[in-house]
Design a protein around this ligand. Structure first.
Ligand code: 5GP
Ligand code: SF4
Ligand code: MG
Length: 462
C-alpha cells in the first residue's frame, strides 16, 4: 500500500494535492484508493475500488474538496486475493472521544488478530476485517489520553511492519514500526511568507509530486505529528532498523531514496553483483521491464555484454501480479510483454527482480525462444523467495512460492531457461548497503514477529 498525508497552515487545495500524492504512489497498490480532507470542522472522505484516476473523477474529487482545508490523508491499497472488498478501502474513518479520526496504513500488525479478539471479548465492535480498525479502536480506548499519547500507546501494543498516517480535524500524525520495515518520509513545501505545508508519505516521489522537498525519513519507532505549532517528534520505541529489502529490489519507485539509500543505484549494484557472482557467455542483456531494468543496466556494465531492448512492455498494462487468478495473470503477461527483433539469433541474459510463482518467468522465457533467442540465461536480483511476508508485501501464500518447494535446478527446468542464478543474500546486502535489512522472505528470520493465528496459509494481508 501507499500512504500520504498533508498539513497546511495556509489555505491549499488539499484534495488535489492528495490526489497527486497518491497518484505518485499508484505503483504501491492498484486495488483501491481513498482521500479524506478536513478544514478543522467538516471532515470529508471518499474511497472506492480501482485506480486513483478511476476512483476520482472531477466530481468525486470535488466532493472531498474544502475551501479552507487544513489536513488530509490518502491511501492506495494493495491486497491479497479474496480481501479485495470495498469496505476494506482506506482511509478508515470513525468517530471517537477524540473527534473524527482517519487512518491509512501500509503493512501488517502481526498480532492484530489477538488484539482484536481480546477487544471483542471486552465488547468492542468491528465493521471491517482491516488492521486499521484495530489501531483506531486502540486509540479510541485510551480516553484519558490525548491523541498523540493514545497513538503512542497503541503503537506499543501492536507488533509487525507498518507505516501509518492518522488525521484528526486539526492534526496530522505519522508513525513507523520500530524496525522501520515499511518506509515513511517527511517533506515540506516552501511558502513565500510563513510556514509551508508538511507532507508525510510512503516514498519521496509523492513529496515531489506536490512540490515538497524531502526533509528526512521518519525513524523506525518514531511518531511525528504536525499541528498549528509545526512538526514534533516522539521516539515511541528505540529504533532497531531492518527495513524491507524488497523495497529496494522491486517495490519502491526507481526515483525514490529510502533511509538514505537510492533505489535505482542499489538496483544497478545488484546487477553488477549478479554479473560478478554468475557470469555467462552471451550476446545481449535484456531486462524484464520495468522491474528488471536497474539490475540489467548493472549486469551489462559489469559484464561488458551490451544491454538491449528485447522485451516491449505495453505502457497501458499494470503490474501483472495484481490480477487475482492464475489464468488472468497468464493472459496479462501477453497483454503486457512481447519480444522485439533484438533477441533473434542471440544468446540472451534475461534479468528480473524476483521469481515468485515462476509462471510469469516461464512465459517470458518461452516468448524469447519463440522470437528466436538461441539461449536464455536467467539472472534474478533477489535470492529465492521461500517464506511468506507478514509485513505487507503480497509475495503469495507459501505453497505458491515456487522456491519453497523446488530446488534452483527444478525451477530452471520449470521455466525452461538454459541457466538460472539468484543473487546471494550477502551480495544483496552489499548492494543495498544501508542499515540492517529484513530478508525474512529469503531466510525465514522475521525481525518484527510472526502472527500467532495462521489459519488459511494465505498469510500476507493488505
Ligand atoms: P513469476 O515468474 O514469479 O510469476 O513472476 C515474476 C515477476 O512478477 C517479477 O517481476 C515479480 O516482481 C512479479 N511478481 C509476480 N507475482 C508477484 C507477487 O505475488 N508479488 C510480487 N511482489 N511480485 C510478483
Ligand atoms: Fe520485505 Fe521480505 Fe521482509 Fe516482507 S519478508 S518485509 S517482503 S524483506
Ligand atoms: Mg516484474
Amino acid at each position: 500500500c501507499g500512504v500520504f498525508g498533508m498539513y497546511s497552515p495556509q489555505p491549499l487545495d488539499l484534495a488535489w494535492m492528495t490526489y497527486l500524492g497518491i497518484f505518485a504512489l499508484q505503483h504501491r497498490g492498484q486495488e483501491a484508493a481513498g482521500i479524506a480532507v478536513s478544514d478543522g470542522d467538516k471532515f470529508h472522505v471518499e474511497k472506492d475500488l480501482g485506480l486513483v484516476t478511476q476512483v476520482f473523477d472531477e466530481r468525486r474529487l470535488d466532493s472531498v474538496r474544502l475551501a479552507n482545508a487544513r489536513v488530509s490523508i490518502g491511501h492506495v491499497r494493495y491486497s491479497t486475493t479474496g480481501s479485495n472488498l470495498r469496505f476494506n478501502a482506506q482511509p478508515l474513518t470513525t468517530r471517537t472521544n477524540k473527534g473524527i479520526l482517519g487512518l491509512a496504513h501500509n503493512g501488517n500488525f502481526v498480532n492484530a488478530r489477538e488484539v482484536r479478539n481480546q477487544m471483542l471479548m471486552e465488547g468492542a465492535l468491528f465493521a471491517t476485517t482491516n488492521d486499521s480498525e484495530v489501531m483506531l479502536n486502540l486509540i479510541a480506548r485510551e480516553s484519558h489520553m490525548d491523541l498523540v499519547e493514545a497513538t503512542a500507546a497503541a503503537m506499543q501494543q501492536l507488533e509487525g511492519g507498518y507505516a501509518c498516517v492518522l488525521m484528526s480535524r486539526t492534526a496530522l500524525i505519522g508513525f513507523r514500526d520500530p524496525n522501520g520495515v515499511r518506509p515513511l518520509v517527511i517533506g515540506q513545501r516552501d511558502h513565500p511568507e510563513g510556514i509551508g505545508a508538511y507532507v508525510i508519505a510512503s516514498e519521496p516521489c509523492a513529496l515531489f509530486a506536490v512540490g515538497a522537498r524531502l526533509l528526512r525519513d521518519v525513524l523506525p519507532g518514531e511518531l511525528v505529528w504536525i499541528d498549528h505549532n509545526g512538526l514534533h517528534s516522539l521516539m515511541v520505541h528505540p529504533a532497531r532498523p531492518t527495513p524491507c529489502s524488497f523495497e529496494w529490489i522491486y517495490f519502491a519507485r526507481s526515483d525514490s531514496q529510502l533511509d538514505g539509500v537510492d533505489t535505482h543505484a542499489s538496483r544497478i549494484r545488484m546487477g553488477e553483483q549478479l554479473a560478478r557472482e554468475f557470469p555467462v557467455d552471451a550476446d545481449i542483456v535484456v531486462p524484464v521491464p520495468d522491474s528488471g531494468m536497474g539490475a540489467a543496466i548493472g549486469y551489462a556494465r559489469e559484464s561488458g555484454i551490451p544491454f538491449d531492448y528485447g522485451l516491449y512492455k505495453n505502457p497501458y498494462a499494470g503490474r501483472t501480479f495484481l490480477a487475482p487468478t492464475q489464468e488472468a495473470r497468464d493472459l496479462k503477461v501477453k497483454m503486457k510483454l512481447s519480444p522485439t527483433s533484438a533477441v533473434r539469433g542471440k544468446r540472451v541474459v534475461l534479468i528480473d527482480d524476483s521469481i515468485v510463482r515462476g509462471t510469469t518467468s516461464r512465459q517470458i522465457v518461452n516468448l524469447l525462444r519463440e522470437a528466436g533467442a538461441t539461449e536464455v540465461h536467467f539472472r534474478v536480483s533477489s535470492p529465492p523467495i521461500k517464506h511468506p511476508c507478514f509485513y505487507g508485501i503480497d509475495t503469495a501464500a507459501r505453497k505458491e512460492l515456487v522456491a519453497s518447494t523446488h530446488s534452483i535446478e527444478q525451477i530452471r527446468e520449470l521455466i525452461g531457461a538454459d541457466s538460472l542464478c539468484f543473487i546471494s543474500e550477502r551480495g544483496l546486502k552489499e548492494a543495498v548497503s544501508g542499515p540492517g535489512l529484513c530478508l525474512a522472505c529469503f531466510n525465514g528470520e522475521y525481525p518484527a514477529g510472526i502472527p500467532l493465528f495462521n489459519d488459511t496459509d494465505k498469510l500476507a494481508l493488505e
